[in-house]
Design a protein around this ligand. Sequence first.
Ligand SMILES: *[C@@H]1O[C@H](CO)[C@@H](O)[C@H](O)[C@H]1NC(C)=O
Ligand SMILES: *[C@@H]1O[C@H](CO)[C@@H](O)[C@H](O)[C@H]1NC(C)=O
Ligand SMILES: *[C@@H]1O[C@H](CO)[C@@H](O)[C@H](O)[C@H]1NC(C)=O
Length: 201
Amino acid sequence: MKVLVLLGLAALACLASSQCNCKTMKWATCDGTPCSCFLLTGTDNFKQSLNCQKLIPKCFLMQAEMNRARKGEDTRTIGGKPVESAFVDNDGIYDPVCERDGKFKAKQCNNTEECWCVNSAGVRRTDKGDKNTINCTELEKFAPKVGSQTLNMTNIKIYYVDEKPPTFTMKNLSGGIIAVIVVVVLAVVIGLLALVRTHQH
Ligand SMILES: *[C@@H]1O[C@H](CO)[C@@H](O)[C@H](O)[C@H]1NC(C)=O
Ligand SMILES: *[C@@H]1O[C@H](CO)[C@@H](O)[C@H](O)[C@H]1NC(C)=O
Ligand SMILES: *[C@@H]1O[C@H](CO)[C@@H](O)[C@H](O)[C@H]1NC(C)=O
């Protein structure tokens, strides 16, 4: 009888530990109750903790992949074989610097002295340059003001592509981006006009 109980307990323990894994990230290491998961990132093997209920931010994925590549562990594969063509970004993969929430920092250097600015998907949007001369402006929060008072909005819809135009040497994109900015500005102006009108009545 005792043996049976022990076996039962062992089975339960097995079940519990097998349930502690990360559904959204196969490279994660998971442990403990409650179950928590992390990825090893950076050159210093920083333990980046993960929320496995959500998709893992791309910035963390790239960090983990570079960390594994440095240790000679397998990285992205198709049918068990590593493929270079799995990398879709023009420059290939680099070791990114992430915000705590998994967003890409605006400036990326791949652990070198040569840096560049990226968009929100971590894709390069400027030419590369020296660490000290490249300045990347962070995204600003959209908070229109009237006088010194910040407007309270009940409902706001903004459609944008990527409000930071690339500064590659190709000019034909800027027309489209200006059009997007104009549309957003127009939408805001129309919104403000409507606000003023409703206040007058
Ligand atoms: C980043 O650095 C690694 C080696 O440290 C290199 O293999 C990779 O190509 C670099 N990526 C970019 C985009 O420069
Ligand atoms: C970038 O910022 C640094 C200080 O933060 C400044 O010294 C430098 O002149 C800036 N470079 C450019 C190209 O604006
Ligand atoms: C806007 O909202 C904040 C809190 O959400 C409130 O403190 C403030 O008084 C509001 N301002 C106006 C003009 O309604």
